[in-house]
Design a protein around this ligand. Structure first.
Ligand code: PMP
Length: 309
């Protein structure tokens, strides 16, 4: 698959590799897709010296996919091992050798609201792919506002389920871009900093990296977990997981979003308060460069996070 192609040659649907045009469902299957469907997103990064891609933290993403399915009570039709094999098989079948997004999607294709264990319930799983361009080690950075939308909470629409937060984030991002910002930061129901649309958030103050805890109404982000480990173990920087006030954002020396899509995305200002010098900060550059090397397999310490295809 190349950047010029509109879609992969084949998709994985319910256990089969199918040519793109044959991977179809009946229109009525869409009726309930918006209610109770969940997805996962992760990436495969190219390593130039081997001319192949590494999938980043595949097992962890599939484990979270399983958690999302469990929470919405979608019958788990395929084991994590089967899905792992399916992802590798799909990447190979499409001869993927460039940066690629991978997107498994699970929905109730039969049985709708029937609970797990019901013989009539059926979950369909699709795995799709598309190319992306990494922004790591570029100067791509964003100006943010604090959103007037409140982040969803665990007692209403659990952000831990990878589906519903994306509606919330979409409202926030649309509002932000309408008002001339690039991106939004959402506060939670306690009015503490939660996350951005599709990304978690870290800030740097007085030599510490501070990030809201997983109980702040955020997705349990795999990039956040990766960066916490890299900052502590490789860069020897103190990382504190605690509630963050809105005004701490304004006073941060540096801040960045982190996520599979956002990678490490520097934040230059919040509500027009410049952070630090209003430029990409040194620690943001350093952790962005390290993350780049880790996902592309340009270092040898974290081989267990990478699946070579
Ligand atoms: N929050 C939300 C709402 C997201 O959709 C994502 C993207 N998956 C993230 C945070 C970042 O999570 P991850 O690092 O696992 O991609």
């Amino acid at each position: 698959m190349t950047h010029n192609e509109e879609h992969p040659h084949c998709l994985w649907l319910d256990g089969d590799l199918l040519p793109w045009g044959e991977a179809t469902v009946h229109i009525t299957a869409l009726e309930w897709v918006g209610v109770g469907s969940v997805f996962e997103t992760f990436k495969a990064y190219r390593n130039d010296s081997v001319g192949r891609v590494y999938v980043f933290r595949l097992e962890d993403h599939l484990a979270r996919f399983g958690d999302s399915m469990k929470l919405v009570e979608l019958e788990p039709r395929f084991s994590p091992e089967q899905l792992r094999g399916a992802v590798v098989e799909l990447l190979r079948a499409n001869e993927v050798c460039q940066d690629t997004y991978i997107r498994p999607f699970a929905f109730a294709s039969r049985g709708r609201y029937l609970s797990r264990g019901s013989p009539e319930a059926a979950t369909s799983v699709l795995i799709n792919l598309f190319p992306f361009e990494s922004q790591l080690k570029t100067d791509h950075a964003v100006h943010c506002c604090v959103s007037s939308w409140t982040c969803i909470s665990d007692d209403v629409m659990p952000p831990r389920i990878k589906a519903v937060a994306n509606w919330n984030g979409r409202l926030a991002r649309n509002e932000a871009t309408r008002n001339g910002y690039d991106e939004a930061v959402l506060l939670n129901e306690r009015r503490k900093v939660a996350e951005g649309p599709g990304a978690c958030l870290m800030l740097v103050r007085r030599g510490q990296v501070i990030t809201p805890p997983v109980t702040a109404g955020i997705l349990d982000s795999i990039t956040r977990d990766t960066l916490i480990g890299l900052l502590r173990q490789e860069l020897r920087v103190e990382v504190v997981e605690r509630e963050v006030d809105r005004t701490e954002l304004y006073l941060a020396e540096e801040a960045f979003f982190c996520g599979t899509g956002a990678e490490v995305r520097p934040i230059l200002s919040v509500d027009r308060f410049p952070l630090g010098e209003g430029q990409i900060g040194p620690l943001t550059r350093q952790i962005g460069a390290l993350y780049h090397d880790v996902v592309r397999g340009l270092e040898s310490h974290h081989g267990d996070w990478r699946t070579l295809v």
